[in-house]
Design a protein around this ligand. Structure first.
Ligand code: DX5
Ligand code: ZN
Length: 218
């Protein structure tokens, strides 16, 4: 399966959001990665439903929504109504994770689990077959532009072997500090989807940067 690139809209120019969404539409990017933060689960607030609605109006690709919020069950139906394709919740924010994943899938969305850098992949052993995507955080969630945490490689390999020995088609996504320097090593270790925020949107030519990332991981 070809590897996927998901530009993170958190790093877009919010005063030119339509322009940046159209750039991603016209590029070789595969998904839109959308970060929702509540200022409680993470020490930052990004944007909420009205902004996601505006993005969804123009976006022509998969909407990969990453919730960094406490008690995400409250908003599952809302995100389905807004057009999310994949809804990812944090392991650390869900007491009844199995129930949460079932509720996400009942709406027709795909269900993802994100793990903070300190959370071992072994906690997923009994839920991996119910999961469509695991998002391994390679920075502490809350902000774009942070440096990649190197222990992520070990986690990707462990998760790859867990998925390969299970009945799961779950994808592995890497989120945080992805650049042209670590992209190839990450997909070689078994990652399927690379999120890239600052590296894409802070570059001189984001369309070209996305194309380069696609080529590197191909
Ligand atoms: C961090 C977010 C990431 C962020 C990645 O909390 O989940 O998706 O946008 O940004 P970069 O690629 O700049 O590390
Ligand atoms: Zn994210």
């Amino acid at each position: 399966m070809s590897k996927l690139i998901a530009p993170s809209i958190l790093a877009a120019d919010f005063a030119n959001l339509q322009r940046d969404v159209e750039m991603v539409n016209a590029s070789q990017a595969d998904w839109f990665h959308i970060d929702i933060m509540d200022g409680v689960f993470v020490p930052n607030i990004s944007f909420g439903m009205p902004v996601l609605k505006a993005i969804a109006k123009h976006a022509q690709k998969t909407l990969d929504v990453h919730l960094m919020i406490v008690d995400p069950d409250r908003y599952i139906q809302t995100f389905a109504d807004l057009g999310a394709t994949i809804l990812t919740v944090h392991y650390e924010a869900c007491t009844h994770l199995h129930r949460t994943l079932q509720a996400i899938k009942a709406t027709g969305m795909q269900a993802g689990i994100a793990l903070n850098p300190h959370t071992p992949v072994s906690v997923l052993e009994d839920i991996i077959e119910d999961t469509d995507l695991v998002c391994l955080m390679s920075v502490n969630p809350g902000f774009g532009g942070q440096s990649f945490i190197e222990t992520t490689y070990k986690k990707v390999k462990q998760l790859r072997s867990m998925i390969d020995t299970s009945n799961s088609n779950c994808k592995i996504e890497i989120d945080g500090g992805v650049t042209d320097k670590n992209a190839k090593a990450l997909t070689d270790a078994g990652a399927d989807v690379l999120v890239a925020g600052s590296f894409v949107f802070r570059s001189e030519n984001p369309t070209q940067t996305i194309q380069n990332l696609k080529q590197i991981v191909d």
